[in-house]
Design a protein around this ligand. Structure first.
Ligand SMILES: NC(=O)C1=CN([C@@H]2O[C@H](COP(=O)(O)OP(=O)(O)OC[C@H]3O[C@@H](n4cnc5c(N)ncnc54)[C@H](OP(=O)(O)O)[C@@H]3O)[C@@H](O)[C@H]2O)C=CC1
Ligand SMILES: O=C1CO[C@H](CO)[C@@H](O)[C@@H]1O
Length: 312
């Protein structure tokens, strides 16, 4: 078992964020706690969850156990969670954040992201994650309410998720506290080079979600994990295709958060930062980009704040 730690990227607010984190979407109740414990043992210090994943309790239990064991201290960890769509109303943002803190059983969140620029109507029940009814709350107003969480010491950093360049710019023009991260879909088939470059110029780091594009081995999909070029690359570097993919994304400048609940894969995915792809091999990986979204959130595409109707 490796005990090395992933390198960190220094965010614009000075926080150090590990370049590899554990994703937890669809890590269910009976899986998430063990997955996070395994991840911490392997060396992960960055965990990604969200209010809507309904596993903040399990993530928190794992963290508490590893701190009690003396494996890590709270300050060694970088815990990310997200404000859900139903909590965009500025009046309930603090309530939502305190709810996540209570679920996680933590005093503060390292990075709190607005999960999506489009909110949903809140019906007074935190456990109903999507009535399907979208709200008109302006994400800038939601952001201003999130800034107060920083003032209260509940969060160390603030960020956005699924924002396009124009929406990011609008936040930047209207904020007191800058977003340090934008978490977006990013993998070799949708490599987000334009958004990465735009964000770099604004001092915002991209976290790549679905970095493995949710593999379907039976269909040998996505190609960048299963076709001949990927297999050849993996052989040449004595790595797995998943490690080549994650390394590619890190070299593009992103932070990766692959999800797994299997210990061997959690370890495999972590082992991606102590080798380097050559410029020629980066170009080979570039060829997989088809600019196609895997997760288009089409149910919201008519909304005025829908982020994916622009080029990037
Ligand atoms: N902000 C947002 O809107 C979004 C955020 N996210 C975040 O990003 C994380 C990662 O994205 P996610 O959608 O989970 O997709 P990923 O690309 O991380 O793929 C996860 C899937 O890949 C499998 N897997 C993991 N490692 C390997 C491997 N080495 N080889 C083959 N298969 C593997 C997992 O199965 P198994 O567990 O069985 O190993 C799981 O089915 C999420 O978990 C979540 O935290 C994701 C989507 C949207
Ligand atoms: O973060 C998330 C994981 O992906 C899901 C879609 O497939 C999203 O609904 C959710 O917001």
């Amino acid at each position: 078992m490796t005990s090395k730690l992933a390198p960190c990227i220094k965010l614009s607010n000075g926080q150090q964020m590990p370049v590899v984190g554990l994703g937890t979407w669809r890590s269910y109740e009976n899986e998430a706690e063990q997955a996070v414990k395994d991840a911490i043992d392997i060396g992960y210090r960055h965990i990604d969850t969200a209010f809507v994943y309904e596993n903040e309790h399990e993530v928190g239990r794992a963290i508490k156990a590893k701190i009690a064991e003396g494996k890590v201290k709270r300050e060694d960890l970088f815990v990310v969670t997200k404000l859900g769509g139903i909590h965009h109303d500025p009046q309930i943002v603090e309530h939502a954040c305190r709810k996540s803190l209570s679920n996680l059983d933590l005093d503060y969140i390292d990075l709190y992201l607005m999960h999506f620029p489009v909110g949903q109507v809140y019906k007074g029940d935190d456990n109903v994650h999507g009535s399907g009814e979208l709200s008109d709350t302006d994400y800038v107003d939601t952001w201003k309410a999130m800034e107060k969480l920083f003032d209260l010491g509940l969060v160390k950093g603030l960020g956005i998720s699924n924002f396009n360049a124009e929406q990011t710019e609008r936040i930047l023009q209207n904020c007191r506290i800058r977003p340090v991260v934008n978490q977006v879909e990013c993998h070799p088939a949708f490599n987000q080079k334009k958004l990465i470059e735009f964000s770099r110029q604004k001092d915002i780091v991209i976290t790549a979600y679905a970095p493995l594009a949710r593999p379907k081995p039976a269909q040998k999909w996505p190609a960048f994990l299963y076709d001949e070029t990927a297999q050849d690359l993996a052989k040449r570097y004595n790595r797995t295709p998943a490690q080549i993919c994650l390394r590619y994304l890190i070299q593009l400048g992103t932070i990766v958060i692959p999800k797994s609940v299997r210990k061997e894969r959690i370890a495999e995915n972590f082992d991606c930062f102590d080798f380097e792809l050559s410029p020629e091999d980066m170009q080979l990986m570039d060829r997989y980009n088809s600019n196609t979204r895997l997760i288009p959130f089409t149910g919201m595409s008519h909304h005025k704040y829908f982020p994916f109707n622009t080029e990037f």
